[in-house]
Design a binder for this molecule. Structure first.
Ligand code: PSU
Ligand code: MN
Length: 326
């Protein structure tokens, strides 16, 4: 028997919620939401309320939310209330990048999915729009630690639109932007020609392309499809509103402290990002958390509008521009 005939080569099917399955079949807008931000990026018990609020924001824009996680060795796209409660409340829930999916499935483990694992699962299930807070990227001190988030390389070969407030400001932002260029990942500034700075409205770094409407983003998605490759993600970099950003002086001061603490305690690998986010939250008396949440809310709402625009654009004949173009 040839190896290809083995029943084990059946493609893996994640469990879709009924709502997500119906929406996909009807070409109704769906937005993927990651769960690591819930389980490891935000404090309990507020994280559960945030998770529910983000799903509500998607529904308010007439799209269907699909929060993604692995529970008892099964990947889920769209969680019910008790599943969301498990992700938010179980202190043993793991953090799963895309490379962790196979071991987690095999072991029957439960974990929240990072941007890399979420984008992979979402794209496999046919979802095209995904929202998060800030992407992972190249860490400061990369020359010694070689710490670069798996988010970047996975996005380089996954056709999904990711709405984010840039990359986390704890990272080396210019180096991350350079990596995105090298990897061929498109970056659009949403209403800005400066790359956002996660907690801050601007990182000070320029972006090459600016769009101002969800319809323009959908047109770029369409053009990418028309080109036929190479397959890569499209990043829609959406700044946190200036009124909601963290005070830049406070940000710089507390971040320097957090990076020192991380180095002194010898924290490495998957623990680095949650440690830095938590440190910033505590040392800014929660102000960084509020800025993070404002960014995520804005991204989720925009992602829903993009999903709606994409659902309208995908079936329109090519070359027919959408309304709302500059
Ligand atoms: N955005 C946030 N908070 C987070 C994250 C994103 O506002 O906690 C998560 C995402 O899941 C992202 C991960 O993939 O942080 C990056 O972790 P690492 O640097 O270990 O790859
Ligand atoms: Mn890392």
């Amino acid at each position: 028997m040839s190896p290809n005939a083995s029943p084990r080569t059946q493609p893996y099917a994640p469990a879709l919620s009924a709502e997500v399955r119906d929406a996909l079949a009807a070409h109704h807008p769906v937005v993927a939401l990651e769960s690591t931000i819930i389980a490891h990026g935000l404090p309990r018990p507020r994280n559960l309320r945030v998770a529910e609020e983000l799903e509500e924001l998607v529904r308010a824009a007439d799209a269907v939310p699909a929060t993604i996680a692995v529970l008892d060795g099964q990947a889920h796209i769209g969680l019910d209330k008790s599943q969301l409660e498990r992700v938010a409340g179980d202190p043993a829930i793991r953090k799963l990048g895309h490379r962790d999916l196979a071991p987690a499935l095999a072991a029957g483990a439960s974990g929240a999915t990072t941007v890399s694992a979420t984008a992979f699962l979402a794209s496999r299930a046919g979802l095209r729009v995904f929202a998060t807070g800030g992407l992972g990227g190249v860490h400061r001190g990369w020359t010694e630690t070689q710490d670069e988030s798996a988010d970047l390389r996975l996005l380089a070969r996954t056709g999904i639109t990711v709405v984010c407030a840039g990359v986390k400001s704890v990272l080396d932002v210019p180096a991350t932007l350079q990596r995105l260029e090298t990897l061929g990942v498109g970056v659009l500034g949403y209403g800005t020609d400066l790359f956002p700075g996660f907690y801050l409205s601007s990182s000070g770094e320029p972006v090459d392309w600016t769009v101002d409407t969800p319809e323009e983003v959908a047109e770029v998605m369409r053009a990418a499809e028309t080109l036929g490759g190479p397959t890569a993600a499209l990043i829609v970099a959406n700044p946190v509103p200036r009124a909601d950003q963290l005070d830049p002086a406070l940000h710089d001061r507390v971040l320097a402290e957090a990076l020192d603490a991380c180095r002194e305690r010898g924290i490495t690998g998957q623990a680095v990002t949650p440690f830095l986010l938590d440190h910033l939250m505590r040392r800014t008396d929660g102000a960084s958390l509020e800025a993070n949440l404002a960014a995520v809310r804005g991204n989720v709402s925009l992602a829903a509008r993009i999903a709606v625009a994409w659902a309208a654009a995908r079936d329109r004949p090519a070359g027919q521009a959408a309304a709302g173009r500059r």
